[in-house]
Design a protein around this ligand. Structure first.
Ligand code: 5CA
Length: 440
């Protein structure tokens, strides 16, 4: 891809309407464009990052045995009346009437719809557990949409649902998601802590928010710093192993605002490990038993008896993660972003110095591009005639983690290669490919 032909509308200055760094950067480098309050279009750079995040989320759901489906965005009000949430959800729900005057809504979440799908198809406990997910747009008419795509009205979410025969099996399902979330965020180079949380309008009494630390986050968090050391490395998909993982986390105090108790915090956490800060909720998992299955009559036959299935739901804010990663990785002061390679819009930026008379550097850039491509690396060439330092400044903002700079000094077979935030070095193209691929 040539930068001159790409749709990356970079602004010269920071947009004044943005208050936090992710919103600022996303508007500045043209990742998103607001279409109305809390509703955004995703431009190529932003969309590429979101798609890579989605891919990781999908792979990690598949890996723990969750099956992918796709439910619609528009739902009928009938099922919400059955669960009793149609009234409860209040003004956050966008309500629509179709031409037959039927009450419809734009789904803010899908507990009812999935329960309806389940009850019509699964009749025996022998088909359990059922773990299902989809990745779909949601709409919540937030009172105060803010911070760009971090708290918006239309957003992209992975939501999963589990169906089990009893509490013990349901906890096993819950723990599978717990593990898959740790793995998901780790692959994005994020340190997300699972925190005991409130359940809000989803319901139930067991819930964890996965929170990444950021000063601009909306959730207040209270934790024991030692929780950062807990690793899921040797955990396997078995009950014992997953229980062990949960117990390792349980040892350390980690709660959000609603669950905070000063006395408990002081008692349980030695002073030197106490951490009070803010964070961004990137995932939220819930166990709520028969909250939906009972009123909606979703049951299976178990030894001649009718049992209401035990359910949980599990969300990841796929679009929010784009902003959350920026909050975690962007150096606002020096205007330097570095995307983790797993979600970077491109693997490498090729930045040749070009002037009207001399196109030799562009030719070199083209050759490098082809070589990277043949090694499965996705690059972008800045083929504009801007001066080199302006180009580099732009790419420092865009945050593609590696740069190959072709200036006047480029000699022979060695190229100036730079990982953002590190010293540049002169090395051969084969070595560059090796370095990038090792990180991928
Ligand atoms: N049904 C459950 C689990 S699937 C549910 O809806 N959970 S949730 O309300 O916690 O949302 C899941 C995730 O979506 C949150 O952790 C958050 O990362 C993201 N999210 C929620 N509201 C918004 C919003 N207004 N803007 C952007 N992302 C959001």
């Amino acid at each position: 891809m040539y930068f001159s032909k790409s749709f990356i509308p970079i602004l010269k200055n920071n947009p004044t309407e943005a208050k936090i760094k992710s919103h600022k950067l996303m508007l500045r480098v043209g990742m998103i464009k607001q279409s109305s309050a809390g509703i955004y279009s995703w431009l190529p750079l932003g969309f590429k990052v979101m798609k890579k995040i989605e891919k990781i989320v999908r792979e990690e759901q598949d890996r723990v045995g969750v099956q992918e489906i796709l439910m619609p965005t528009i739902q009928s009000s009938e099922i919400w009346k059955e669960s009793g949430r149609y009234e409860d959800y209040g003004e956050e729900m966008l309500r629509i009437k179709d031409r037959q005057k039927r009450e419809m809504l734009y789904g803010p979440t899908n507990e009812e719809l999935i329960t309806d799908i389940f009850r019509n198809s699964i009749k025996s406990y022998k088909s359990l557990p059922q773990l299902l997910y989809h990745i779909q747009w949601k709409f919540r008419d937030e009172l105060r949409p803010r911070f760009g795509i971090m708290r918006c009205r239309e957003f992209y979410m992975k939501d999963a649902y589990s169906f089990d025969i009893n509490d013990d099996e349901a906890l096993f399902s819950y723990n599978k998601f717990f593990l898959s979330y740790l793995r998901t965020f780790e692959r994005m180079n994020l340190s997300a802590i699972p925190m005991a949380a409130d359940t809000g309008p989803i319901g139930g009494n067991l819930s964890h928010e996965f929170v990444i630390l950021a000063e601009t986050g909306e959730s207040k968090i209270y934790t024991d710093k030692r929780i950062f050391e807990v690793s899921s490395k040797d955990t396997v998909l078995q009950k014992d192993s997953l229980n062990l993982l949960r117990n390792k986390f349980k040892k350390y105090y980690a709660v959000t605002d609603e669950k905070f108790d000063q006395k408990e915090f002081d008692n349980k956490v030695p002073q030197e490990f106490r951490l009070k800060t803010k964070g961004i909720e990137v995932g939220h998992i819930f166990y709520f038993g028969d909250k939906y299955s009972k009123p909606m009559n979703a049951s299976v036959d178990f030894q001649g008896k009718k049992e209401f299935v035990k359910m949980g739901s599990y969300g990841v804010g796929v679009s929010r993660l784009v902003g959350a990663i920026i909050e975690a990785k962007y150096d606002d002061k020096n205007e330097i972003m570095k995307w983790p390679i797993s979600v970077a819009p491109y693997d490498c930026a090729i930045i040749p110095m070009i002037n009207k008379k001399d196109k030799l550097n562009l030719e070199k850039a083209n050759n490098i591009f082809s070589y990277l491509k043949s090694n499965n690396l996705d690059a972008i060439i800045d083929d504009t005639e801007e001066n080199l330092s302006t180009k580099i400044k732009n790419f420092n903002l865009i945050g593609i983690p590696y740069q190959i700079i072709i200036g006047n000094k480029t000699e022979g077979e060695n190229y100036e290669f730079k990982e953002i935030g590190e010293e540049s070095k002169r090395i051969k193209i084969e070595k560059i490919v090796e370095i990038i691929n090792k990180k991928k």
